[in-house]
Design a protein around this ligand. Structure first.
Ligand code: V47
Ligand code: SF4
Length: 383
């Protein structure tokens, strides 16, 4: 939004003051963030967020070519929203899986002649797959495909691995880094507000531990992402509190690449009675995130979760990255009732999706270096 456009909206004095701050590039406070959620209309929030997005990135919209490996869905924890994990005691459940090392290497080799640049490895927290097992796995993956960026293990998995191996977070992360791990994904953050966390995922790593692990990663030169699971039993103040804790850590370390709000999906989990929020609420959440998280350069919408059309819409509400993959084999969302039951998009499809809403498709690597401008991409020439 431009300064001169503020008056086009019928705003209360409080919202007008926030709008002025935002267009001047000033940081907004906790209370102002909550007020935006409570009183900001979608058009107004979108206009502010889009102004920030275009100031930072113009029309550039990033995607990368990655694939997921989920070594197991057996998990020692019991998050109420999780449709995917099989508790250890239910190990014989026909839905449970445990990939062998060779199966994992076969998946990597299966991409030998494809232009993927990143593998995202996360899964359930399996008591037998520890720090040294994973360090060795990463080393072998790098031997098969040295240039592949390995983004692996949520803070939840890392907390458990380090505790079991009796090493500090920094020592554990250094071992993984020395074996070839490049960065951390943003999962496991959920909602930091302790009372909500106690209700939805009371037995896994605490909010402070999540933040400590990401801080330790940043301090040894491993960048990471951050997520927020929204749209369940949390309040607007809880969402701002979550973003504020991330914003404070980012001020200290600068190690976060991107922020990814994740919409709670209600399928097949222990809190299915909690309904899902509307698309309007999704767009508001992206917009407020773009406005509040002033020290995060990138805001990502994970399209397999919200679907292609909502992902397109988010590009007008602050989002500048739609993850994008040529073959996304993750199951965590499809099992929870996500839009995309079999999420994979070819390069041609993702480029088209971005172009349809007037943005510029740019392939990026995992740390946001631009690899290729796809503005003039001809689908027939490659895919
Ligand atoms: O932490 C689990 C979420 C996350 C549900 O860093 C659910 O690039 C909604 O973090 N409804 C893991 N969400 C996935 C994740 C992620 C995904 C894509 C990219 C990146 C990245 C990270 O999935 C969990 C949890 O918040 N989740 N169940 C559910 N029912
Ligand atoms: Fe386990 Fe992760 Fe599911 Fe929680 S969200 S139960 S930690 S797989």
């Amino acid at each position: 939004m431009q300064k001169e456009n503020i008056d086009k909206f019928n705003l209360s004095p409080e919202l007008k003051a926030i709008a002025k701050k935002v267009v001047n590039g000033e940081r907004i406070s906790f209370d102002e963030g909550v007020l935006l959620f409570e009183q900001g209309e979608l058009n107004f929030l979108g206009s502010l967020a889009n102004g920030i997005r275009e100031r930072l990135h113009g029309n550039d919209t990033y995607f990368n070519k990655n694939f997921h490996i989920e070594p197991t869905n057996i998990c020692v924890f019991d998050c109420k929203f999780c449709a995917y994990s099989k508790l250890l005691r239910q190990k014989t459940d026909y839905d449970a899986w445990e990939l062998s090392e060779e199966e994992i290497y076969d998946i990597i080799r299966g991409y030998n002649d494809q232009e993927v640049t990143e593998v995202h490895i996360v899964g359930g927290v399996h008591p037998k797959m520890g720090l040294h097992y994973f360090a060795n796995l990463i080393k072998n993956i790098k031997e098969i495909r040295p240039e592949l960026h390995v983004k692996a293990f949520t803070a939840v998995e890392l907390e458990y691995m380090c505790r079991k191996a009796k090493v500090s977070y920094k020592e554990g992360l250094q071992i993984l880094k020395d074996h070839g791990q490049d960065s951390l994904p943003g999962g496991g953050a959920e909602i930091f507000a302790e009372d909500i966390r106690a209700e939805i995922c009371n037995d896994k790593c605490s909010s402070d531990q999540w933040l400590e692990i990401h801080q330790a990663a940043h301090e040894i030169g491993m960048p990471s992402n951050a997520t927020m699971l929204y749209g369940h039993i949390e309040s607007y103040a809880d969402r701002i509190d979550h973003m504020n804790r991330l914003r404070e850590l980012q001020d200290k370390t600068g190690g976060f690449n991107t922020f990814i709000p994740l919409k709670y999906r209600k399928g097949n989990n222990q809190m299915s009675h909690v309904g899902e929020v509307s698309v309007i609420e999704d767009l508001k959440t992206y917009a407020v995130a773009r406005i509040f998280m002033d020290n995060f350069k990138h805001l990502k919408a994970y399209w397999p979760m919200i679907g292609r059309e909502t992902a397109q819409l988010t590009l007008a509400y602050g989002v500048n990255d739609i993850d994008g993959t040529i073959d996304d084999s993750t199951k965590i969302y499809s099992m929870a009732g996500a839009e995309e039951q079999n999420p994979n998009m070819t390069t041609a499809e993702i480029v088209e999706l971005i172009k349809q809403v007037g943005r510029k498709p740019m392939e990026r690597d995992s740390v946001y270096n631009v690899l290729k401008d796809y503005s003039d991409f001809e689908p027939a020439a490659a895919s």
